[in-house]
Ligand binder design. Structure first.
Ligand code: GRF
Length: 199
């Protein structure tokens, strides 16, 4: 059973970020939610990859950074859950976390587990969202921050940001434009959740 949580909390929220790679969205969250921020702070970063740049970014900001190996999904989730509870985390943000979590894990964090996806969901879920958008020939794309449920890139949408798709775009140029939108959208979505503006 998920523990029901109502926002706003009566204290600054403790945020964790799960990331697998570069961590540019993590960086945006670290800058928006530093230590002593009244609304909340990033207090823990977990990565399934030991070489993730995200871990370096967390350490550079003085935030606890932990590699949790993905030997299997149950083993990863048990260790991640132990770390999250030990750090008294309130909200978990997936930021370029490239593994699927179990329904048990997503249910345990229901309403407090967010993800950013580089498309205007429900269009183009899953891998290669930019390639999907380009092949579909859509005139605009964007990003979505949503609560995570047991599905893939499903769950209630908190906010979306649109970007144009230009005639000479390739996957890299569209990804770069979309990523800038993500860096604004993710902190804003977290802010809306924590402040109780979104429910
Ligand atoms: C972002 O485009 C995110 O939407 C997707 O993976 C990318 C991660 O980038 N899920 P970064 O690691 O945050 O730089």
């Amino acid at each position: 059973m998920a523990r029901p949580v109502t926002f706003p909390l009566q204290r600054p929220a403790r945020l964790a970020v799960l990331a697998s790679g570069r961590g540019s969205n993590l960086q945006a969250l670290l800058e928006a939610f530093p230590a002593d921020n009244a609304l909340g702070s990033v207090v823990l970063v977990l990565s399934n990859r030991p070489d993730a740049r995200a871990l370096e970014r967390a350490s550079s900001s003085g935030v606890e950074a932990v590699h949790v190996p993905w030997r299997s999904r149950p083993e990863f989730e048990a260790e991640a859950q132990r770390r999250l509870l030990e750090a008294r985390v309130d909200v978990v943000c997936l930021a370029g976390f490239m593994r699927l979590l179990s329904p048990e894990f997503t249910e345990a964090w229901a309403g407090r587990l967010l993800n950013v996806h580089p498309s205007l969901l429900p269009a183009f879920p899953g891998l290669d969202a930019h390639g999907q958008a380009l092949r579909a020939g859509v005139p605009e794309s964007g990003c979505t921050v949503h609560l995570v449920d047991a599905g893939v890139d499903s769950g209630p949408i908190i906010l979306q940001r649109r970007v144009p798709v230009l005639p000479d775009d390739d996957v890299d140029s569209l990804a770069e434009r979309t990523l800038s939108a993500e860096h604004e959208a993710y902190p804003e979505a977290v802010r809306r959740l924590l402040s109780g503006e979104w429910s």
